[in-house]
Unconditional design. Structure first.
Length: 250
């Protein structure tokens, strides 16, 4: 119960992130990341290796369960019926539920709800398979006990790997939440600031009448040649006296 509660508390912030991501613009990715975010090659490689290992464990477990001879166990009938019911439940899960969950996680490698769904399914499988393994150890053969113990250990390794992956995803998603919050605050601040009023530019398109250009008159040169047509007093004074005729002798 404590383990499940711990992972539920981790899952809650991711649910908030999914809602926050859906409220914003959709992002385009090259790989399906569940949240519309690109997924690194190392993350996909790690998940594929984990899922391939889990599929191999599932096949081995189904084969080992078929080999069980619970009806030969030296115990009462009610315990045998309970063990048979547990085996049937495990087989249904391994054949139907587990492949569907694996397919969903392959389509969205870093989708936290799908990752946690697989972890929770493995947690339930581990508990039920553990009961069957204990019964095989108490009432079955050593070979059955050894085979089921190996299967149980393989499921436990995958479950621990999923727990580490959830922890790593939680760190990345928390950082993404902080970044989205900061971007949202920045966008809100920009939206709240009113734009500056544009400056008005007045264009006077009326034509100003041009002032007439004053033309300079050429000065008239005065002639310095004396005008002889009009006698002057000075000219009369300067005229030479006419010689008088000598008086005749008487």
């Amino acid at each position: 119960m404590k383990r499940n509660f711990f992972f539920l508390t981790i899952l809650f912030p991711f649910t908030y992130l999914v809602a926050l991501g859906q409220s914003g613009p959709a992002a385009t990715t090259g790989l399906a990341g569940g949240q519309g975010q690109p997924v690194s090659y190392s993350s996909v490689t790690q998940l594929n290796g984990m899922l391939s290992q889990l599929e191999e464990t599932s096949k081995n477990t189904q084969a080992d369960l078929v080999k069980l001879r619970i009806e030969r166990w030296k115990t009462d009938g009610s315990y045998k019926r309970q063990a048979l019911g547990n085996v049937a439940s495990i087989q249904r899960n391994l054949q139907d539920a587990l492949p569907e969950i694996i397919a969903q996680l392959r389509a969205a490698p870093e989708d936290v709800p799908a990752t946690f769904k697989l972890y929770r399914n493995l947690d339930a499988l581990y508990d039920v398979l553990g009961n069957v393994t204990e019964g095989a150890g108490a009432f079955g053969s050593k070979d059955d006990l050894q085979s089921l113990s190996n299967d149980l250990s393989a499921f436990e390794r995958t479950r621990k790997q999923l727990a580490d992956r959830i922890q790593n995803l939680s760190t990345a998603k928390e950082a993404e939440i902080a970044r989205l919050r900061a971007d949202l605050k920045t966008a809100q601040a920009v939206t709240a600031t009113p734009p500056a009023a544009p400056k008005k530019i007045v264009v006077d398109d009326t034509e100003t009448p041009k002032k007439p250009v004053a033309t300079k008159k050429k000065p008239v040169k005065k002639s310095i040649t004396p005008d002889t047509t009009k006698p002057t007093a000075q000219g009369q004074a300067m005229q030479p006296a006419q010689p008088q005729a000598p008086a005749k002798p008487q």
